[in-house]
Design a protein around this ligand. Structure first.
Ligand SMILES: [Zn+2]
Length: 319
């Protein structure tokens, strides 16, 4: 079993990195997914030489809050079934401004972004997060936070109906998706969205592999694949990290095992590491949570996230 962890590189300097990396080493963590700017990642890499773990850059792939891009390329952003663009009217939370995976300029932009990261030679890989559409239906336990009861796909949360997607779909199927009576029941329209995400994954994976780095992704549990249009079992990445955050689905540890097993059964050579949500796992239960993932056949576990780990959690990993 391999151990990985998601970690933010904000406000960490020389002494912090040395201290934190020592902790990771003691806990036997092999992969660190670091979010942050190129400068922050490069800074962390400077202090990682003497440690065994590998550092990957962790990016919020389809989310974009860059003011310059919003100003100059609003057409790059997804449009919902009501015709609202996510950069002007994000759903659920303010940062839910999503790029459209079908748009050729978005594909080019993301390739360049990934290429720039891959040019950092010490980096082990690129970890794709938010590699999906906006949730058309939120995980069950999160809906009350937004005063929502979502039992079916509503146009407000359903993407993408931008001109590029409409034209591309119509070319293939002779119908404009805005004219579909029940878009959620149209299998071709559903597949078009799955394929749009799979296609951008393929483009980015090829780029990452060109630099001999690992291409991995944080993905949704199998029961949620449809709600975010992710057929991650078709992506052929080096590894996937399903976020098995049981508390978001009102589930217990048995579900982690079940979801791990289901995920593994869908994959061929791609490794699967079960993502564990530390805020919902008491230190005394951490070992059990890891064991349930192992029983489900996981190749490893990944911890979300570094900042949620209490001293007592670390003690369990040290022992
Ligand atoms: Zn679109």
């Amino acid at each position: 079993m391999q151990y990985s962890i998601w970690m933010n590189s904000k406000n960490r300097y020389r002494d912090d990195w040395k201290k934190d990396f020592t902790k990771l080493q003691k806990a036997g963590i092999s992969n660190v997914f670091l979010s942050g700017s190129i400068e922050e990642i490069e800074n962390a890499l400077k202090f990682s030489d003497e440690f065994n773990h590998k550092i990957h850059t962790w990016i919020f792939t389809m989310i974009c809050n860059d003011e310059e891009i919003i100003k100059h390329h609003p057409d790059w952003f997804t449009v919902n079934g009501l015709g609202e663009r996510s950069c002007y009217k994000p759903q659920y939370v303010g940062y839910y401004k999503w790029l459209c995976p079908t748009h050729p300029e978005v594909q080019e932009y993301l390739q360049k972004r990934v290429e720039k990261l891959c040019e950092i030679s010490e980096l082990a890989g690129v970890h794709l997060d938010y590699i999906r559409y906006c949730d058309v239906i939120l995980p069950k336990a999160l809906q009350p936070n937004y005063n929502l009861v979502q039992t079916r796909e509503e146009p407000q949360f359903d993407y993408c109906y931008c001109q590029h997607c409409r034209t591309a779909f119509k070319k293939q199927n002779s119908i404009d998706p805005v004219d579909l009576v029940n878009p959620s029941e149209n299998l071709k329209w559903m597949q078009f969205r799955y394929d749009s995400i799979s296609n951008i994954v393929r483009i980015l994976k090829d780029k990452i592999h060109h630099y001999n780095k690992k291409a991995t992704a944080a993905v949704f549990p199998t029961i949620m694949q449809k709600n975010v249009r992710q057929q991650w079992h078709k992506w052929n990445l080096d590894a996937v990290y399903p976020m098995l955050y049981h508390s978001c689905y009102d589930e217990d540890f048995n579900w982690i095992e079940e979801e791990t097993r289901k995920g593994k059964s869908l994959l061929k050579s791609t490794k699967l590491h079960s993502g564990l949500y530390i805020p919902a796992i008491k230190p005394d239960d951490l070992r059990l949570a890891i064991d349930t993932a192992r029983n489900g056949g996981a190749d490893g576990v990944s911890i979300f996230d570094f900042n949620s780990m209490k001293d007592e959690h670390w003690e369990i990993l040290f022992s």
